[in-house]
Design a protein around this ligand. Structure first.
Ligand code: PLP
Length: 455
């Protein structure tokens, strides 16, 4: 079996461009996630399901900008919406309210059971940040509970336990082990919970019941590890009982696993929802939606209502309006792209097609790896899945960490070298232009990659 961690195809130009980039950009990348060894491949153009790199190699794209591009690259519905919007409004942005903001907010309220009102942001990161600020203002409490390994954007508190290397639940992880260089304040104010383990989660929440403002979670961990429905329902009950704001971070799952995201699929309704990725049709966007009374903490609506539940008294009576602003919030072109994306997804059978394509690819990959003696399983929901090289159930991030990650990395290098683009170790996302024919072509490429790996 080959063990080199290098590309098998010609990526000379990528290497040159990356070397130059690293002179001017730290690590040569504008986001950690874009880096992988030995260097990231530099792309030049894209169409439909395909990416083309600067060396002339073609790839079937399963990264799809980390899941955002559910219509693939350059979808005509998106291009025409953008052109029409530009020609109609005569500018990219007004810097004032405009009609598409209301149209999109109404659409989100129609589709997402938890959403009554919406604020727009420029990224998923900003959306989760605003949701946490709202929860803190609403409850008057300071601690945040988050789940082990769940990602909510690259900022302070939510980076705690993003890469858990060891179990350290209930107590904040030690700064050296896991705090990503953050001041102790964030670790001290963050409570880490185990996904899919209701008993332990209940114990931890009970212990901190007077301090925790919000529980934030990816309802489907990493976009691919499904929740036990009973776990989600139990968490909903616990957070309600303790007066904690339940935030579903649906940046990955919103519009990807269905028009109403994970909350629609599992029928568990959070207090606040963060959206991003697919919502912008490939452009930078985020949104927070939720209960009117919480959302109306945003200035200038700012109210002084009090959260009351059966067992948990009001948080505090003197809530001040929450400052939320952003030059580009609710950008007209991006909302036009988002609305065109949603409209396309609403046309007959889109999600069925996505799921069928994903299932065909998953089955094909599992069969190929099985034939070549590689222990593996695909784990996913709807049009996202990941490849986990181990037997047994995958219910938490620890199960993934215990799989054969080093073999997975080698496999990824081989499949990338054979024309399938994924970010090594990352999940696969499917788009509407990944037709049955494209999946067949992918499986052929995959087979060449695996054969080369095991020979
Ligand atoms: N939340 C989740 C679940 C995500 O997957 C991501 C990005 O991958 C974010 C938040 C941050 O979104 P953005 O990269 O748009 O800031």
């Amino acid at each position: 079996m080959e063990t080199r961690a290098s590309f098998l195809h010609d990526t000379t130009r990528s290497a040159q461009i990356y070397k130059e980039a690293a002179r001017w950009i730290p690590g040569g990348v504008t986001a950690n996630i874009k880096y992988f060894e030995p260097y990231p491949i530099v792309m030049e153009s894209a169409k439909g399901p395909y990416l083309h790199d600067v060396d002339g190699n073609q790839y079937v794209d399963y990264n799809l900008c980390y899941g955002a591009l559910i219509l693939g690259h350059g979808h005509p519905a998106l291009s025409s919406a953008l052109q029409q919007q530009l020609s109609q409004i005569g500018t990219a942005i007004f810097g004032t309210p405009h009609k598409l903001e209301t149209e999109m907010a109404r659409k989100l309220a129609d589709l997402y059971p938890s959403i009554e009102q919406v604020r727009f942001t420029n990224s998923g990161l900003e959306a989760t940040l605003l949701a946490i600020r709202l929860a803190t203002a609403w409850t008057g409490r300071t601690k945040l509970a988050k789940f082990e390994g769940h990602y909510h954007g690259s900022y302070d508190q939510v980076l705690i336990s993003v890469n858990p290397h060891r179990r350290d639940l209930a107590h904040p992880p030690s700064p050296t082990a896991d705090s990503n260089g953050l001041p102790d304040y964030y670790a001290e104010n963050t409570v880490v919970l185990p996904f899919n383990d209701l008993d332990q989660t209940a114990d931890i929440l009970k212990k901190h019941r007077h301090e925790i403002a919000a529980v934030i979670m990816e309802p489907i961990q990493g976009g691919f590890i499904p929740p036990d429905p009973a776990f989600l329902r139990g968490l909903r009950e616990l957070t309600r009982e303790y007066g904690m704001v339940l935030i579903f971070d649906e940046v990955k799952t919103g519009f990807r696993i269905g028009l109403s995201g994970a909350q629609g699929r599992y029928e568990v309704i959070p207090d606040l929802t963060a959206l991003g990725k697919v919502l912008g049709g490939g452009f930078p966007v985020g949104a927070v939606g939720g209960k009117k009374e919480i959302m109306e903490l945003c200035s200038p609506a700012g109210r002084t209502d009090i959260l009351t539940t059966d067992s948990q008294p009001a948080a505090h009576e003197h809530t001040t309006p929450l400052f939320h602003s952003g030059t580009y919030n609710g950008h007209p072109l991006i909302l036009a792209a988002g609305l065109a994306t949603i409209e396309t997804l609403q046309t007959g059978g889109a999600y069925q097609q996505l799921e069928e394509s994903a299932m065909k690819l998953r089955t094909g990959i599992e069969q190929l790896l099985n034939v070549h003696g590689i222990v593996s399983q695909t784990v996913g929901v709807g049009s996202i899945f990941n490849l986990v090289l181990k037997e047994g159930s995958v219910r938490q991030i620890q199960d993934v960490l215990e799989s054969d990650l080093s073999l997975r990395k080698k496999l990824d290098m081989h499949i990338v070298s054979h024309g399938i683009f994924i970010k090594p170790l990352n999940r696969f996302s499917i788009s509407l232009v990944h037709t049955s024919k494209v999946i067949d072509e992918t499986l052929e490429r995959f087979e060449h990659g695996v054969k080369r790996l095991v020979r």
